[in-house]
Design a protein around this ligand. Structure first.
Ligand SMILES: Nc1ncnc2c1ncn2[C@@H]1O[C@H](COP(=O)(O)OP(=O)(O)OP(=O)(O)O)[C@@H](O)[C@H]1O
Ligand SMILES: [Mg+2]
Length: 248
């Protein structure tokens, strides 16, 4: 007798996803039928020219925006079937999002910003774990500062500490190294790599081929479609593909 194993649902599944923005000047087709499965424990980079739909894709995948067509499933749960409050709870327990604009609360210290998702989810705050998350981005000593007292790159790292501290199944990050110098950027990328190697799944938008080279797979978007994929590629190969896309 053969033992049947049920294949685990992908960490994130996008199925024929589309998004049309209605503006007064007309409709903008930001995504035009994107399908992709992101496995647990994988690190995926998303690249593409400005306006190609990268942030739109990330926001839909994270349940922050509603698709015009198609489906998003996280660990087998169809986000479109969840009511608003259930979606909020589900997002808090299974996902974290590092925004390009950091989205920290200015009134809270770095420590309290990192601890906030746990508090919102009604979980006890583990002080040592919060400090460890700050330590991993090199900011343990600045735990008591508030965002307005931190540089842009330091705020970005607090946002990353907040995301890793909640140990989400899926960590979405929009340009997480955009404000960082090379060395700090590499530390953050190595950290995201470890997060994926621990079994969580990381989906990162970036313009930087070196950043994308830390990923297992890079997806290339153009005009709302996936137009290419590279696996385990180095920065040079990724840069080459990007310049081909930009010349189209
Ligand atoms: N709220 C909105 N209303 C109307 N159009 C929008 C809205 N948000 C995005 N768009 C349009 O949708 C398309 C995709 O935008 P998106 O922000 O996903 O691009 P992106 O690939 O993240 O670009 P960038 O690299 O510049 O951040 C663009 O043409 C953009 O102008
Ligand atoms: Mg964007």
């Amino acid at each position: 007798m053969t033992v049947q194993t049920i294949p685990a649902a992908p960490a994130v599944a996008l199925d024929d996803l589309s998004r049309v923005y209605k503006t007064r000047a007309g409709s903008v087709h930001a995504l035009r039928g994107v399908s992709h499965a992101f496995g647990a424990g994988t690190f995926t980079a998303i690249m593409g020219p400005s306006g190609s739909g990268k942030s739109t894709l990330l926001q839909l995948a994270a349940g922050l925006d509603v698709p015009s067509g198609g489906r998003v499933s996280i660990g087998g749960t169809d986000l479109g079937r969840l009511k608003a409050t259930a979606l909020t709870t589900f997002r808090r327990t299974s996902m974290a999002f590092v925004f390009q604009s950091y989205n920290l609360l200015d009134a809270l210290t770095a420590f309290d910003n990192v601890a906030l998702p746990a508090r919102l989810a009604g979980r006890p705050v583990d002080r040592a774990a919060v400090l460890d998350a700050l330590d991993q981005v090199g900011l343990r000593d600045l735990a008591r500062r508030r965002p307005p007292e931190l540089s842009g790159g330091q705020q970005q790292r607090v946002a990353i500490a907040r995301a890793i501290h909640s140990r989400p199944d899926v960590l979405f990050a929009d340009e997480p190294t955009g404000a960082l110098d090379r060395t700090t950027g590499r530390d953050v990328l190595a950290l995201l790599r470890r997060v994926a190697d621990d079994g969580q799944s990381v989906v990162m938008v970036t313009h930087d081929p070196l950043a994308a080279s830390y990923a297992d797979e890079t997806l290339f978007l153009a005009d709302g479609r996936i137009v290419g994929r590279l696996q385990n590629a180095d920065a040079a190969a990724i840069a080459q593909r990007m310049s081909e896309l930009e010349d189209r």
